[in-house]
Write a protein that binds this ligand. Structure first.
Ligand code: IMP
Length: 438
């Protein structure tokens, strides 16, 4: 039986999962997304060309790989079609390689408006969402009034549901004169266009597993943005952590044979909410500029700070992360000293696990260790032994304080700029992975 691996973010998203998934895809027959929506932005560079995928797994860039969008994902049909068209322009045909769950919920035009409205209402307490309608679509799902892919047939039930939903929203959204008939007609058209790609994802994955095909479960956002385990309420509205893979695809826990967490060699976050290691001065600016830390979906500047081992350790525990892929190590090139946060100081106590109550996180002061930086560039280094001593020492310390080995190291944005350590679990998961780096 093939080994199935989940790849998920161990911080606040934007860890570089897109590149890691893209790199590992040749080892899998299927890449399956289980949560989130087009709030995600996975940037992949292939032969110097930049691809940004929001909804379709980046596995689509590989010939013969099937890509799955699970029931846990919220789908904006317009965004999906736009992405399919953009891929076609770049010479990549989706064809029959895409499967969208018939149980996936849809993002409708009023969800986007509600997202913006809800942020405006929160004022200073705004979440800093991507304004894509993600939260309101999940609210409707949990409120049992959502519309799913399989509902898009010309039935009385759909017409009734749309009429009720649109009329209710028109009362909430001031000056909204959205006509339910227009939304209904649009949905029928979307349904007809979507039909060739829709099906029973759970069944398809079970059949594939029986045939020995390997599946890569692709998480969007990151563990610290998880609706249950993240920095609530400054989170996204889905389970970005490992549990989401089971509920969001209809697969049992035993179908996940390993978890690869992706973490940057420092920390970033986009949007509001606590970021204990945030650097507000020149250093933060330096990380933002050399790391090109601007949102792939919204272009917003990301907040930057030192590596937070408290957060990563927490993500390791919640997700059962077996190993880390450490990304953007090269961004730290040339820094004189690099700090690692190993705990938080709250009053006269030091805590070493991430607290639930944001009133505790807010006033905490990170406890830092300072490590010497390196002068020789790590950019593009492909062998562990070729890294400067100080960089290897930094990685070894990150492993100790994060409680997990680092199996993969990314030293640049291209596929080839990667180290896969032969002595790590990755070598078992992805035999001869380095063959695919070129
Ligand atoms: P929403 O997912 O649009 O509702 O946004 C909720 C929070 O999650 C905001 O802080 C967003 O900036 C953040 N977020 C959503 N998607 C991503 C992502 O792909 N990367 C990083 N942050 C994200």
């Amino acid at each position: 039986m093939g080994m199935n691996i989940a790849v998920l973010g161990a911080q606040w998203g934007d860890e570089g999962k897109g590149k890691i998934v893209d790199l590992l895809t040749p080892h899998f027959g299927i890449v399956a997304r289980y949560q989130g929506g087009h709030n995600a932005g996975h940037t992949v560079y292939v032969n110097g060309r930049k691809f940004v995928l929001h909804l379709i797994p980046s596995g689509i860039l590989h010939e013969g790989v099937r890509c799955v969008i699970g029931n846990g994902v919220v789908v904006d049909p317009q965004a999906l079609f736009a992405e399919i068209e953009e891929l076609a322009r770049l010479g990549i045909e989706v064809g029959d390689r895409l499967l969208v769950s018939e149980k996936a919920h849809l993002i409708l035009p009023y969800h986007r408006e509600l997202d913006v409205l809800s942020e405006a209402r929160r004022g200073e307490r705004k979440i800093g969402t991507t304004s894509r309608g993600i939260g309101p679509a999940y609210e409707d799902k949990i409120g049992r009034r959502g519309i799913r892919v399989c509902d898009l047939v010309d039935t009385r039930a759909l017409a009734d549901e749309v009429r009720e939903n649109v009329n209710a929203r028109n009362q909430i959204i001031r000056d909204s004169k959205m006509e339910w008939q227009t939304v209904y007609e649009q949905l029928l058209a979307h349904g007809a266009r979507l039909r060739p790609w829709t099906g029973d994802v759970s069944l398809a994955l079970h059949d594939a597993m029986r045939q020995g095909r390997r599946i890569l479960f692709e998480g969007a956002q990151g563990a610290m943005l998880d609706i249950d385990h993240g920095t609530y309420p400054y989170v996204t509205s889905s389970n970005a952590s490992i549990g989401g893979a089971c509920t969001g695809l209809g697969i049992p826990p035993r179908a996940v044979h390993g978890v690869l967490g992706v973490a940057k060699a420092y920390t970033t976050r986009v949007g509001e909410g606590p970021l204990p290691t945030e650097l507000l001065g020149d250093l933060g600016e330096r990380l933002r500029e050399s790391g090109q830390e601007y949102g792939a979906s919204t272009g917003r500047p990301r907040r930057c700070g030192w590596y937070d081992a408290v957060a990563v350790r927490y993500a390791v525990r919640v997700n059962g992360i077996d190993a880390l892929a450490l990304t953007k190590l090269d961004v730290l090139d040339g820094l004189e000293a690099i700090d690692i946060c190993t705990g938080y100081r709250v009053g006269d106590r030091t805590i070493d696990t991430f607290p639930a109550d944001l009133n505790t996180v807010g006033p905490c002061t990170p406890v830092y260790e300072s490590w010497p930086g390196w002068t020789a560039p790590t950019r593009g280094v492909c062998r562990y032994d070729d890294l400067p001593d100080e960089a290897r020492r930094y990685i070894a310390r990150l492993e100790e304080v994060s409680g997990v080995p680092v199996a993969v190291i990314s030293t640049g944005s291209d596929r080839a700029e990667t180290i896969i350590r032969d002595d790590s679990i990755a070598a078992r998961w992805f035999p001869a992975a380095s063959v695919h780096l070129a």
